[in-house]
Design a protein around this ligand. Structure first.
Ligand SMILES: Nc1ncnc2c1ncn2[C@@H]1O[C@H](COP(=O)(O)OP(=O)(O)OP(=O)(O)O)[C@@H](O)[C@H]1O
Ligand SMILES: Cc1cn([C@H]2C[C@H](O)[C@@H](COP(=O)(O)O)O2)c(=O)[nH]c1=O
Length: 215
């Protein structure tokens, strides 16, 4: 059973951070820690995670659109993802590690693009009533650091081309969300070396699992 949702057998963990924070680099760490504890684990991502969701992802990452369209498409993809993938896995006892979830919509479409939080929260209540991650790991870096990393490494999609100011707003929103639910969020300093970030995530997750086992 989940530590925070005793009616549910699998743990639901999401990873968050601005683009370039190092989230993809650390996803496997999360999976490895859970598997080392003999747990069944599924790794998935948003937007995406289903056939329809991956098609919506392509639109979101590459087509120009209004912020409201963006928010609605995020939730359209999430509806399919929750109903077809996340809930069945959790109910079957599989832990779900999700590369971003609704916190990203609040941060990017809310903090970054100015969609009112109440509208996004209303969509979240509609699309996944009663479901939220048991723990959310935020890899936190200043936007200047993330921009430098992205510049060095790859061709950038529509979000990755946003300004440093945009990512400063997204980061501030994430930190605000984390501060308002400290029992659920763990903020990790992503400016450390990848090995140090990995060690911090491993220590944190082992504590979460210990808490879970003691219930
Ligand atoms: N702790 C770190 N220190 C220095 N560089 C890092 C660190 N973590 C990741 N990187 C490098 O930064 C770049 C971006 O990392 P990664 O792809 O993991 O970020 P991300 O947060 O998943 O980005 P996006 O959300 O855009 O996919 C990569 O080149 C990666 O090797
Ligand atoms: C779920 C979600 C994602 N986004 C943005 C954030 C990223 O720029 C991309 C996804 O790419 P990633 O490198 O695989 O993380 O989508 C968003 O704006 N709102 C959301 O809800």
């Amino acid at each position: 059973m989940s530590a925070l949702n005793p009616y549910r057998p699998g743990l639901f963990i999401s990873l968050e951070g601005i683009d370039g924070a190092g989230k993809s680099t650390q996803l496997q760490t999360v999976v490895d820690v859970l598997r080392a504890a003999n747990r069944q684990v599924m790794l998935t991502r948003e937007p995406g995670g289903t056939e329809i969701g991956e098609k919506i992802r392509e639109l979101l990452l590459h087509e120009t659109m209004r912020p409201a369209t963006e928010a609605l498409l995020m939730f359209a993809a999430r509806q399919e993802h929750v109903l077809r993938v996340i809930e069945p896995a959790l109910l079957g006892g599989t832990d779900v590690v999700c590369d971003r979830f609704t916190a990203a919509t609040l941060a990017y479409q809310g903090g970054g693009k100015g969609i009112p939080t109440e509208r996004l929260e209303a969509l979240a209540r509609w699309v996944h009533p009663g479901l939220c991650p048991d723990c959310i790991i935020l890899i936190d870096v200043p936007p200047e650091v993330a921009a430098q990393r992205l510049e060095q490494t790859r061709q950038r999609d529509r979000f990755e081309q946003e300004s440093v100011d945009f990512f400063a707003r997204v980061r501030a929103n994430y930190l605000q969300q984390a501060a308002s639910s400290p029992e659920k969020w763990r903020v990790i300093d992503g400016t450390q070396t990848p090995e140090a970030v990995q060690k911090t995530i491993t220590g944190y997750l082992n504590k979460v699992l210990q808490e879970f086992d003691s219930k």
